[in-house]
Design a protein around this ligand. Structure first.
Ligand code: PLP
Ligand code: COI
Length: 375
């Protein structure tokens, strides 16, 4: 597919954040965005990289009323070779299409997903921050733009990608967070949208999250909606437990997002011969493990959250300390190993890294390559 590239003139580009230690998450955006339209009759067209800015959307656009939308989240990192590492972007493209199928949105060619990201990095690679722990967050999104307020699937859709520099997702950084088990609300039910990365799942979690924060917790741990017995996931990440030396995590499925970070953590753990088991663990089993001293660690895994240790768990008014409220050694090991691969500090035996070399970076690297060839 041919892309129209409309770069923002250099004099009109915005200034980048000065202090990378204060980046936080999700409030700063790079200069450009990628957009592409779809109609039921004509398919995809108008692939354009242009200035980041407001979308023109009719107030009757279907997405605003019925939530027909999906998104993805992935990150670009600077590596020591002077180019860029994308972490498992094809897994995001595949999940995007699975979400699209569930929301009755059109499929997107994986190549276009990749090329859209690469075209943005070509223009905006200077927005990738430099400190360890920071990265460029990439948010591909699809929305139903057709102006119509009857309920139906849209015959006009917009795909866009925006990016922005980020640091830690939680205010705690990599320090342990406190999570509370939610019994009052449900996030996703059988046959619902839980396996899709779609706005409704997050909308369903907002009140619960607000109440959790008010009570002094960072996030909510969701139980299954049907019986409120089984542990599912946290609103923005999957959850793993280390019990008696074994890592246990609820399997992705109808109500739990198939997280790419968790999958990567499990692959790492297996490569270290740490026993791993994916099954539907109950909250009672978890608390029994806490009571008999075998609950050794708990940690979340997600693109934004990376690996986030859980220091405290609240359920039915009682609080349970995990790993003495500290970061457990296994969570730290997974975190370090993952980051080392993402930042290109260690080899990637899993084939997770997709390297991107924007033309400007290639030019800068060229003299080094010549010098190396001569020596
Ligand atoms: N679960 C939910 C609800 C999420 O929003 C996320 C974040 O994307 C995850 C799990 C973790 O998924 P991933 O590791 O692919 O980012
Ligand atoms: C991500 O981790 O990429 C997500 O999409 C989670 C979101 C709540 C920031």
């Amino acid at each position: 597919m041919e892309f129209k590239i409309n770069p923002v003139p250099p004099g009109e580009r915005r200034s980048k954040p000065g202090d990378e230690t204060k980046l936080g998450f999700g409030r700063t955006y790079s200069d450009h965005m990628f957009t592409m339209k779809w109609t039921a009759d004509g398919g995809w067209s108008d692939a354009t990289v242009g200035r980041y800015g407001a979308l023109a959307l009719e107030p009757s656009a279907l997405v605003l009323h019925y939530g027909q939308t999906i998104f993805e989240g992935l990150k670009a990192y600077r590596n020591p070779h002077g180019s860029i590492n994308l972490f498992r972007p094809r897994a995001n493209a595949a999940r995007f299409n699975r979400s699209a199928a569930r929301l009755d949105l059109p499929q997107l060619d994986e190549q276009v997903f990749m090329q859209g990201i690469e075209a943005l990095l070509e223009l905006d690679h200077e927005w990738i921050p430099r400190s360890r722990g920071t990265s460029l967050y990439i948010r591909p999104t699809m929305i139903a733009t057709e102006p119509y307020i009857g309920l139906k699937s849209a015959s006009q859709v917009l795909f866009f990608i925006i990016t922005g520099p980020v640091g830690a997702y939680y205010p705690e950084g990599f320090n342990p967070i406190r999570i509370t088990v939610c019994e009052k609300y449900s996030r996703a039910g059988p046959g619902g949208l839980g396996s899709a990365k779609t706005a409704a799942n997050y909308a369903a979690s907002l009140v619960a999250e607000k109440e959790a924060i008010k009570a002094g917790y960072t996030q909510v741990l969701w139980l299954d909606a049907a019986s409120r017995k089984y542990v599912e996931e946290v609103g923005s990440m999957n959850i793993l437990f280390k019990i008696a030396g074994k890592v246990i995590t609820p399997p992705a499925g109808e109500t739990i997002l198939a997280g790419i970070t968790k999958d990567s953590a499990l692959q790492l753990l297996k490569s270290w011969n740490v026993p791993v088991e994916e099954y539907r663990i109950t909250i009672d089993e978890l608390l029994a493990a806490h009571a008999d001293g075998t609950l050794e660690e708990a940690f979340g895994a997600g693109t934004a959250a990376v690996i986030s240790p859980v220091g405290q768990l609240e359920y039915k008014g009682a609080t349970y300390e995990v790993a003495d409220g500290q970061t457990g050694p296994l969570a730290r090991k997974v975190f370090e190993a993952l980051m080392a691969i993402q930042y290109g500090e260690q080899p990637d035996p899993f084939g997770w890294i997709h390297e991107v070399v924007p033309a400007q970076m290639a030019q800068r690297a060229a003299p080094v390559a010549v010098a190396a060839a001569k020596s």
